[in-house]
Design a protein around this ligand. Structure first.
Ligand SMILES: [Zn+2]
Length: 376
């Protein structure tokens, strides 16, 4: 058992979803550069990902879909195939690395799983992973392949008896939950903004992602109201997530660490500070179980880069510095982001990792959610 391992790859820097897409911003590459500039990464704790093999990918995805995705990098897909595989439409663009990039995220997950199962690392940050909407035979919600599903399957194959999946992305982790429907070795808990895609507006009791949705028994969902603050989030983590984890007694924990629930993010109406995200990472680490952390959503480069850099600090027990050094600050000042949220950016986007805490009252809806999710 050595130290935490960080997995990334230069492909996250050299490829892009195409201008105008919410993911056409530096995220993984910026966070990786920040941790390097802060002196938190070296040859001994960094592994460059590889692409997942065809054999690894078809553990979940259909052969037809994988073949299509590989070919689509070279030949523009037909209209029929675009519709069939949900690519080239609905926010899932055709771009030059559209197979290699997600396959690299999945390869990172395979490496991470093996490091944990063979006791070579206590925790791993596969920062390019976390594509929780991906379906077996098609893309969904910017996710072409489902890294969490493939990784959890690898964990089970290599000896894990029970895996707990905690998904704190602002969007419902539908693809992962669906893949493990009725699988009693995998417990999934998704905390997400109520009524936001892939949930419908006017979502009803029992619909996917609702607090009543149990996906065959081993799933819980916490659809939270807009404006979620740090105190409310902490409360749900302590009274629901940590309790469910203890009861389930997993061998491994997978944290899908999408950071679009941050107040600075343009894609949700949740209002967390990055301290709340770091606290979850710390709480999970304290449990002393093998811990795999992935990336996920996050659509403000400044908030994503700073939050994920801080996640890595938490995994290593490094104290977050009050101010960034010159190198890290320069990386942030060099980022261009064309969004109205960037018109008068706060200083901390450039000079510090931590946001101000966003504490507040716990609303009645939050208590109700906690109670309902713990009732059998
Ligand atoms: Zn998301």
């Amino acid at each position: 058992m050595t130290k935490p391992i960080f997995i990334s790859h230069p492909i996250y820097e050299s490829s892009t979803y195409g201008s105008g897409h919410p993911l056409a911003i530096p995220r993984v590459s910026l966070a990786t550069d920040l941790v390097k500039a802060l002196g938190w990464l070296d040859k001994t704790n960094y592994i460059e990902s590889r692409e997942a093999t065809h054999k690894e990918l078809v553990e979940f995805h259909t052969t037809d879909y994988i073949r299509f995705l590989m070919n689509a990098e070279r030949h523009p897909p037909s209209e029929t195939d675009r519709v069939r595989y949900n690519i080239g439409i609905n926010g899932n663009p055709i771009y030059p690395e559209m197979y290699r990039r997600p396959a690299t995220a999945c390869g990172g997950g395979q490496i991470a799983a093996d490091l944990l199962m063979f006791d070579e690392a206590p925790c791993v940050f596969n920062i390019g992973g976390g594509q929780h909407h991906g379906l077996a035979d098609k893309a969904s919600g910017f996710c072409y392949l489902n890294e969490p599903v493939l990784t959890i399957r690898r964990l089970l194959e290599t000896g894990a008896r029970r895996v707990f999946y905690l998904d704190i992305d602002a969007h419902f982790g539908d693809g992962t939950q669906l893949a493990f429907h009725g699988e009693d070795r995998v417990y999934t808990l998704s905390v997400h903004e109520q009524g936001r895609w892939p949930q419908r507006r006017g979502v009803k009791a029992g619909d996917p992602g609702s607090v009543e949705d149990r996906a065959g028994g081993m799933a819980r969902n916490l659809p939270v109201p807009k404006g979620l603050n740090d105190t409310e989030f902490d409360y749900l983590i302590d009274t629901v997530a940590l309790v469910l984890i203890k009861n389930f007694a997993p061998d491994v924990i997978y944290l899908q660490c999408g950071v679009d629930a941050l107040a600075d993010d343009p894609q949700s109406k949740l209002e967390l500070s990055n301290r709340a995200i770091w606290r979850v990472v710390d709480e999970l680490k304290q449990l002393g179980l093998p811990l795999l952390v992935s990336g996920g959503g996050g659509y403000n480069p400044f908030s994503v880069g700073r939050c994920w850099a801080g996640v890595w600090a938490q995994l290593n027990g490094i104290e977050i510095p009050t101010f960034l050094n010159g190198g890290a600050e320069r990386l942030l000042r060099d980022v261009t982001w064309h969004h109205h949220k960037a018109k008068s950016p706060p200083d901390r986007w450039f000079t510090a990792l931590a946001d101000d805490p966003n504490q507040g009252p716990i609303r009645g809806e939050i208590y109700d959610l906690a109670e309902k999710s713990l009732n059998n």
